[in-house]
Ligand binder design. Structure first.
Ligand code: SF4
Length: 395
């Protein structure tokens, strides 16, 4: 996988003050991918050190009053050309910089005040459709023993649990909020394993319960709260779905967004919601663009066929009618299923980074049987395993 990285995050002393801002998490990522280091300001021929520059009135000005708008534009364009040439789907750029900052920049007053917005180079990459993140995103997604990656597996995908080098096992019935009477469906197991996969700390939950079994939205999201209590920052949800004709095919998919059609919301049933600052959880980019891009990169490198699309969560348990499938097609839905919607809402409420992976086992509206789901899951088991392991290795 190729990525574009701000040179100063790689430890290169190219900043206006003559220094660098190396990030351990970014350096660790760079060691696992093909990283193209860029510095738009150096490409513009600006000296090191130099007076600080900030964006103001649609241009870029240095603290000594020099108009640097053209220089910044030229440097950004040169770096964009390099990014295009290398075909990188991801850029990790230094936040706050008038060139590289992905989400915020200084406000032009040279007082240290920040405003929402992007640097000149970051903007070009975003317009190009490249996923641009800052160093904090990479750091926040980096697992450790204190922050294992949580993986919740669905029907036919539970075999991934066998890859874990176990340290400890936890029966679901010992998990707070998980219903004591629940029994696993065929293909699910109710024992979580804490351990590692390829030396990456994980906690794997090889099964789940569903709203359609009569459980509440709070109960179906109990595993998410458990993972969060154990320190997980990243959470991977995997589930079987139906593909919506015209928008997706059967096979592996990366979930880009969701529409909650279950009519339920775990936050409305969660006592702790009364204690949080605001119950209005931001669901923008609910499925982490960074994790999605890593998954796409792993799939491309490994020759794994994946599509990407919007997931619609429905209550179930009956499958969709043809009219419902047609409606979802119009709504832009690619995958329909009965598991993720509440889990993802809870994970976002807890500030977790979500990656949603699905195996579309049938076309929605065509019917599906448990045997068929298991059969298709078995066909894609190797690819699914390679995809998840590939993402874990990059984190
Ligand atoms: Fe770092 Fe980008 Fe500024 Fe260069 S232009 S010093 S890479 S933030």
């Amino acid at each position: 996988m190729r990525i574009v990285v701000s040179d100063c995050l790689r430890g290169i002393a190219c900043r206006y003050d003559g220094g660098a801002k190396p990030s351990g998490a970014v350096l660790s990522l760079c060691a696992k991918v093909e990283a193209l280091g860029v510095c738009p300001e150096r490409e513009a021929g600006l000296p090191v050190p130099r007076p600080p520059a900030e964006q103001r009135d649609g241009g870029v000005w240095s603290a000594d009053g020099t108009n640097l708008t053209s220089a910044f534009a030229a440097g950004a364009q040169t770096c964009l050309d390099k990014a295009r040439d290398c075909g990188a789907p991801l850029a990790v750029l230094k936040e706050k910089s008038p060139s590289c900052g992905p989400t915020c920049v200084y406000d032009g007053s040279y007082t240290g005040r920040l405003v929402k917005g992007a640097g000149v180079f970051a903007r070009l990459l975003q317009e190009e459709g490249i996923c641009v993140v800052n160093e904090d995103v990479v750091k926040a997604c980096k697992p450790s023993v204190e922050h294992p990656v949580a993986i919740i597996l669905g029907t036919g995908l539970g075999h991934l649990a066998s890859l874990v080098r176990p340290v400890r096992r936890i029966g679901y019935h010992d998990i707070e909020g998980f219903p004591a009477e629940a029994r696993p469906m065929e293909g699910h197991s109710f024992e979580a394993t804490i351990g590692s996969v390829d030396d990456v700390p994980v906690i794997v939950y090889p099964g789940r319960i569903h709203l359609y079994q009569g459980y509440s939205a709070a109960e179906v999201s109990a595993l998410v709260r458990h993972a969060h209590r154990l320190g997980a920052c990243d959470i991977v949800f995997a589930c079987a779905t139906g593909a919506i004709e015209g928008n997706a095919h059967t096979g592996l998919g990366i979930i880009s967004d969701q529409i909650n059609l279950t009519g339920r919301n775990p936050l409305a049933e969660w006592d702790e919601i009364r204690d949080v600052d605001s119950p209005f959880v931001d669901m923008t980019d609910a499925y982490s663009p960074y994790l999605r891009t890593l998954a796409r990169g792993v799939a491309d490198d490994a020759g794994i066929a994946v599509e990407e699309g919007v997931y619609a969560g429905v209550l179930g348990p009956c499958l969709e009618t043809q009219a419902e499938a047609a409606m979802m097609r119009q709504m832009g839905v690619s995958y329909v299923g009965m598991s993720l919607a509440c889990e993802t809402i809870m994970a976002r409420a807890l500030g977790m980074n979500v990656l949603g992976l699905t195996l579309a086992t049938n076309m929605a509206g065509d019917g599906a049987t448990h045997d068929k789901v298991a059969e298709v899951a078995a066909e894609h088991a190797d690819d699914f395993e390679r995809l998840v392991r590939g993402v874990l290795r990059l984190l």
